[in-house]
Write a protein that binds this ligand. Structure first.
Ligand code: PMP
Length: 432
């Protein structure tokens, strides 16, 4: 708006009001003023290709979503204790994308609320409190999720009822003996964690995992790992929760939900980020039995969650995904990008493994001395350089050295070529 200060003044005003600790990307924070599809424009009028944001799933400022929200807001918006057809229509459309017994939905306003609720349901059902998570994960910002946050910089002490698991990474070992050994060791660690929870009297309520292991740096567990953990957790009376906040909504290309790449179905699936294309919507999808059991013992009320406006946003996202066949696009374009990333990895001393699935991909950046050691400093330099080149990406992983590329699903081949071309130049620009 007119009169608003850009640049350093805005930053100072932000610090003066919101504090200097809420994280901002980049050495010189980027002030963005508008977006369209996969493009973003900054306060100086420069445009950037968005290779990072998954919330604007069907594109920044998508007109179908904007019109649906606007029309609903001008008609009626309600809290959840009145009947309204839009909400039911959305629940039906969303549940139709799930298979098997996953046919009930709780709506929330965020991924954190969804995970918080899923953990409550698991505690209620099992009578246990113990939780297994990966040892470098993020599932949200509530107190009980902070107690099981093992990744990122914000750390509360781990809860006594939490056991972190080191997720084995089998990237590059598919079908080998090494993969088999990794699996065996990792499942022995799961057995030990479960035994420790039981000895301490916590029991096992849930295994909570992100099917893509995104925060962890897009790890690829050995074949049979998720199935093995799920079987052990269930044998101990626990439930399996798939956190699909990052991996869901067709992101992986081959299926709508990330957990569908494994041979076991979770008991609870949590949703967020892309669900309303930026309008805050989240959810927990579960079975009729678990929903009914929870409902018998608890009144779950959530003022804003699943309002007609949120439901209109969610419906519009599903509608655009279908009309534009975005999941198929994620699969074919993802395959193309994966091939090119493997070629980049093979041709650069700075790149280790190429990672990812569908339209979520990563590259390990390593020291150029052939040691394979992670190079977080170089990774940061690359991301800053990519921004100067007009492409937004980020980084993840235990060692902060995995380039994170996870664009809106409306990314096309032309956008991918531009990103890859700039990435290749940025890598050569590092002079090695
Ligand atoms: N789960 C995962 C895997 C996430 O990436 C995030 C957000 N980064 C959350 C949960 C929390 O979602 P929200 O910020 O909407 O509460």
């Amino acid at each position: 708006p007119a009169g608003e200060q850009a640049g350093p003044d805005l930053l100072a005003r932000r610090f003066a009001t919101l504090g200097s600790h809420s994280p901002l990307f980049y050495e010189k924070p980027l002030e963005l003023v508008s977006g369209s599809g996969v493009w973003l424009t900054d306060a100086q009028g420069r445009t950037y290709l968005d290779g990072y944001n998954n919330v604007p799933h069907v594109g920044h400022a998508n007109p179908v979503v904007a019109d649906a929200i606007n029309a609903q807001l001008r008609t009626i918006n309600l809290h959840t204790r009145y009947l309204n057809s839009r909400v039911v229509e959305y629940a039906e459309a969303l549940l139709a994308t799930f298979g098997g017994d996953l046919q009930r939905l709780f709506l929330t306003n965020s991924g954190s609320e969804a995970n918080e609720l899923a953990l409550r349901i698991a505690r209620q059902h099992t009578g246990h409190t113990g939780v297994l998570v990966s040892d470098f994960s993020y599932h949200g910002n509530t107190t009980s999720l902070a107690e099981l946050t093992t990744g990122l910089t914000v750390r509360e002490p781990l809860g006594a009822h939490v056991r972190p698991l080191r997720i084995p990474d089998a990237t590059g070992t598919a079908g080998t003996e090494a993969e088999g050994r990794l699996l065996e060791q990792a499942l022995a660690e799961v057995d030990a964690a479960i035994a420790s929870l039981q000895e301490a009297g916590h029991g096992v309520s849930a295994f909570l995992y992100d099917p893509l292991f995104s925060t962890e740096g897009l790890l690829q567990p050995p074949a049979g790992y998720i199935e093995g953990v799920a079987a052990r957790v269930r044998a101990a009376g626990g439930l399996v929760i798939a956190d699909e906040v990052q991996s869901g909504f067709g992101r992986i290309g081959t299926s709508m939900w990330g957990h569908q790449m494994y041979g076991t179905s979770p008991d609870l699936v949590t949703l967020g980020k892309p669900m309303g294309n930026g309008h805050p919507v989240g959810g927990v999808v579960t079975t009729a039995d678990l929903l009914d059991e929870f409902g018998r013992h608890n009144m779950y009320f959530n003022t804003f969650a699943g309002s007609p406006v949120s439901s209109a946003a969610g419906l519009a996202v599903l509608q655009v995904m279908e009309q534009e066949d975005l999941m198929a696009q994620a699969q074919s374009l993802g395959g193309y990008i994966a091939g090119r990333l493997r070629a980049i990895a093979a041709g650069s001393f700075l790149v280790g493994a190429a990672r990812g699935r569908g339209l979520f991909f990563g590259l390990d950046i390593v020291e150029p001395d052939g040691s394979g050691r992670p190079a977080p400093g170089l990774t940061k330099t690359l991301i800053e350089d990519m921004r100067e080149r007009g492409v937004l990406i980020s980084r993840i992983g235990r060692d902060d050295n995995v380039l994170k590329m996870r664009p809106p699903l409306v990314f096309t081949r032309e956008h991918a070529d531009l990103l890859l071309e700039q990435l290749q130049q940025a890598l050569s620009g590092l002079g090695r």
